[in-house]
Design a protein around this ligand. Structure first.
Ligand SMILES: [Cu+2]
Length: 166
């Protein structure tokens, strides 16, 4: 009878721990989506390059680009992202994109700005969004708790003892 009470308490504890972890998992997954804060990058267009020449982004995460020119008017055309703007001296052009998929996309100057204009090419590198670390942490703790609870239950209540045979 006493044994049974202990086992019930243990089973309840195990159950609630697993339940708690599942709730934590769900909350982490819902409240912290991979597309977290928006990223901002300032880009200066000049003869005959973009600075930085390579912009990294994460798929699904908004990226705000702030363009300026260091000299004459330049254009900014980003392959596959519908960006086609002209940046005049003294102006600031702000564009927000949400890259849909991972890959490398060319950034070209679309205004003839001088002899080396055709070589004025930059790159947008979009990376795959990784799994949320909080989600992975919750998943790991769920597995550890599960294995621990099972191992403990097997040791504590070997086959047969549950029927009161001891
Ligand atoms: Cu240019």
């Amino acid at each position: 009878m006493k044994e049974e009470t202990v086992m019930n308490a243990h089973t309840w504890m195990k159950g609630s721990t697993v339940l708690f972890t599942i709730v934590l998992l769900a909350v982490a997954y819902i409240t912290v989506p991979p597309a977290m804060a928006e990223a901002r990058v300032e880009v200066v267009a000049g003869q005959f390059e973009f600075t930085p020449g390579r912009i990294t982004a994460v798929a699904g995460r908004p990226l705000t680009l702030i363009f300026r020119t260091a000299d004459v008017a330049h254009g900014v055309y980003i392959d596959g992202h519908g960006v086609d703007v002209v940046v005049e001296p003294g102006e600031e052009v702000v564009v927000t994109i949400v890259p849909a998929m991972a890959g490398k996309f060319k950034i070209r100057c679309s205004v003839t700005c001088g002899p080396l204009h055709p070589f004025m090419v930059g790159e947008l590198v979009v990376e795959e969004q990784g799994l949320n670390p909080l989600f992975l942490g919750s998943l790991a703790s769920l597995i550890i708790v599960g294995i621990g609870a099972t191992a403990y239950a097997i040791r504590r209540y070997p086959r047969g003892s549950r029927d009161g045979e001891t």
